[in-house]
Design a protein. Structure first.
Length: 393
């Protein structure tokens, strides 16, 4: 009679082992994808060579030979395609950054107003949400651009609501301080004030947790942010010379301008996206148990502190994930700027493709740039989401 220890153990065949079977399938899939990619790349290169179309990114160093109407950095038609594309990237970043901030603010205000006990305020917020959500964003861009371009006067008949300020269908022109070293000192003073506010905020939070006493953080922070730059400006000689816009020919020169294309793009994107953000904020607030509000009221807190200190911190856990998707949509919808003539990255890239014939490289750059924008926005929002998560003891 054989002992139990002498019973031979049968080995599972390799093809039936779940681990090795999954490894084999993944290697096979990877090889198929690699072969498909190799076929597509080699076939594309062969077709381009047959049509005598050059490949590569060497064209970026060539002269662009086209103007860009709006730029954050110096640019002329004699600059390279690389600099032209960089101008487009900065313009897209400008629209996205300002749009994200304004959308978050407006969406939060409308979302809170949607839950207001005041019937008129609640109805107005509801109408705003329902109307703006149902109108395609492209139509809204056309509408606002037509409003700015068709209804405003020409530069020669420009209105001037304040001295040195001019409004026409070419844009809003504002005075700007002339370059001076004092403004550099003011910038660093502002950065220092921001650092002090950050430290002060942490101290005030710890103080409140220990003693329960509220610190007037907003007023003290505002004092730092205003006082330190003013002190730096005063100590640097208090320069006040301004560069005032002047009408020369058919347009204004000097100062700083806000083009109708940029204004229409920003306004359309913000109003459209804020309607969706408002619904996200409303749902997030309603997800918090009403008992939290009742408990805060029993402690004698007013509606404002209840919302800021009790409701919104808990609602952010629900708000942030869908809010991230809407902010990504705003960034990607900024590519519609080409429809109203704003020189964003897609517009500049399309012009580059038309002039060089480098369609594959141009489309690849568009994909990479917007991928980077999306990853950056997601990373920042994920960091903020983890920061706002409730830490269990």
């Amino acid at each position: 009679m054989n002992s139990a220890n002498n019973i031979p153990i049968s080995k599972t065949p390799l093809r039936q082992d779940p681990f090795w079977r999954s490894v084999i399938y993944q290697i096979g899939t990877l090889c198929m994808v690699g072969l498909l990619g190799y076929y597509l790349v080699s076939n594309t290169l062969a077709n381009l060579e047959r049509q005598s179309i050059a490949t590569g990114f060497g064209f970026l160093e060539k002269e662009s030979s086209f103007e860009i109407g709006e730029s954050l950095i110096s640019y002329s038609a004699a600059d390279s395609y690389a600099r032209a594309l960089w101008v487009g990237i900065l313009n897209t970043l400008k629209v996205s950054f300002i749009g994200i901030i304004l959308t978050a603010l407006l969406g939060t205000i409308v979302g809170v107003a949607r839950l207001s006990a005041n019937w008129l305020v609640s109805r107005m917020a509801a109408v705003y949400i329902e109307v703006l959500q149902d109108i395609p964003v492209l139509l809204q861009l056309f509408f606002w651009y037509a409003i700015f371009y068709e209804t405003l006067p020409s530069p020669r008949q420009a209105s001037s609501p304040f001295a040195g300020v001019f409004l026409s269908n070419r844009g809003l022109f504002l005075p700007i301080p002339e370059s001076h070293s004092a403004y550099g000192y003011m910038f660093w003073a502002f950065v220092t004030a921001c650092g002090l506010v950050f430290v002060l905020r942490r101290w005030a939070k710890k103080r409140q947790e220990k003693t329960g006493k509220l610190f007037p953080l907003f007023r003290v922070s505002a004092g730092f942010l205003i006082a330190l730059p003013l002190i730096a400006w005063r100590m640097s000689g208090a320069p006040v010379k301004m560069d005032i816009p002047e009408l020369r020919g058919f347009n204004f020169e000097g100062g700083i301008s806000l083009s109708p294309e940029f204004a229409a793009l920003l306004l359309g994107l913000v109003l459209y996206t804020a309607a969706f953000v408002a619904e996200i904020v409303r749902a997030g607030i309603q997800s918090v148990s009403h008992g939290q509000t009742e408990a805060a009221m029993s402690l004698g807190l007013r509606p404002g502190p209840i919302l800021n200190l009790v409701i919104l911190p808990q609602a952010l856990r629900v708000i942030i994930p869908p809010l991230t998707s809407q902010l990504l949509n705003l960034t990607k919808n900024s590519s519609l700027a080409v429809a109203i003539g704003f020189p964003d990255f897609v517009s500049v890239a399309n012009t580059t493709i038309n002039q060089t014939g480098q369609a594959i490289e141009g489309v690849a750059m568009i994909m990479i740039v917007y991928l980077c924008f999306s990853l950056l926005t997601s990373a920042i929002m994920n960091w903020y989401n983890k920061k706002m998560a409730i830490v269990e003891r």
